[in-house]
Design a binder for this molecule. Structure first.
Ligand code: FUB
Length: 308
């Protein structure tokens, strides 16, 4: 395996310099990171890339969860969830995100639906950030037939990202080719009202919502092969103003999939590359972390990847 050590630069806010070894997990291929900060710990949720080296497509049969308090040492927990845990799902542990509400942890996942053609979004719940999780709804939350008027593809209902606004209202964004959003009911397992779309230049997939100060940020995978781009808004429902590229092509992988968090006063950009040699690539990816910095006007500086 190839490990790259980076001495991450310190700024006024940093109390200690930090060394992240990218990729952060090297004994398994991990993809589509989603990170959650809870009780001073960072939980990393990722899909497990299990494709054999001769296979040129995704093989993902489970999600993984890791925890850390320094972003350097990661503890792997028991496999918390698989597509097989959703009776209505067929396969494909594609991108997902966990959020906490009132002491419960809700995990929004992408899977292939067993009987409705195409990808679908399900939701699992647990009393612990590391699981075990169980299907919260016993059917899909979003299926391909709910959005067929927007795209002709069967994989547009993927990559959920969830955000709870300051007033307690939860929102789900998701999509491939079209970027969708809808409100969630208080129970977190039903949509509340209609599905909307957002127009974003070259939106491919992988939306991620975060907030800093009074600004909301919607980052997403842009074009294909994918860079990460982003838009900003004063409201979670938009209008969103496109701001540009946040991350360039992530080495040796045609997808790029980000998660953005603040932890102990600093901001971090999680993504994946195909960086582990000799077999890493688009279907054997590895999660990496680099620092994220903002400009005075709230825009984000382009992320400098460890591999650059
Ligand atoms: O990992 C499978 C799919 O590839 C994800 O759902 C997309 O975001 C892309 O990374």
């Amino acid at each position: 395996t190839t490990k790259v050590k980076t001495e991450l630069k310190t700024t006024a806010k940093d109390s200690t310099p930090m060394q992240i070894n990218n990729p952060i997990i090297t004994d398994k291929y991990t993809a589509d990171p989603a990170a959650l900060v809870y009780n001073d710990t960072v939980y990393l949720y990722a899909g497990h890339d299990q494709a054999p080296i001769e296979k040129n497509f995704y093989e993902m049969n489970e999600w993984l969860v890791y925890s850390s308090t320094d972003l350097v040492t990661w503890k792997e927990h028991q496999v918390p969830l698989k597509p097989a845990d959703f009776e209505w799902a067929a396969h494909s542990a594609w991108a997902a995100q966990v959020i906490e509400k009132d002491g419960k942890f809700y995990w929004y996942v992408t899977v292939e639906h067993g009987s409705i053609h195409g990808k679908a979004i399900g939701v699992a719940v647990s009393d612990s950030p590391v699981g075990p999780f169980k299907d919260a709804l016993e059917k899909a939350l979003i299926t391909n037939d709910m959005t067929t008027e927007h795209t002709k593809i069967s994989w547009d209902d993927i990559d959920p990202t969830v955000y709870i606004d300051d007033d307690g209202q939860a929102y789900l964004y998701w999509g491939n080719t079209a970027c969708y959003w809808a409100k969630l009911k208080d129970n977190m397992i039903e949509l509340d009202g209609e599905i909307h779309t957002v127009d974003l230049p070259n939106f491919t997939e992988a939306p991620w919502i975060h907030k800093r100060g009074d600004w909301y940020y919607l980052s997403y995978a842009y074009q294909f092969p994918e860079k990460t781009a982003y838009a900003m808004s004063r409201s979670i429902t938009g209008p969103w103003e496109y701001k540009g590229i946040l991350n360039e092509l992530a080495g040796n992988s045609n997808t790029n999939h980000q998660a953005i968090i603040e932890y102990k006063g600093n901001w971090y950009f999680f993504y994946h590359t195909g960086g582990i040699q000799p077999h890493g690539g688009s279907f054997r990816r590895s999660v990496c972390i680099d620092r994220l910095y903002y400009n005075e006007d709230g825009t984000m500086k382009r992320v400098i990847m460890t591999s650059e």
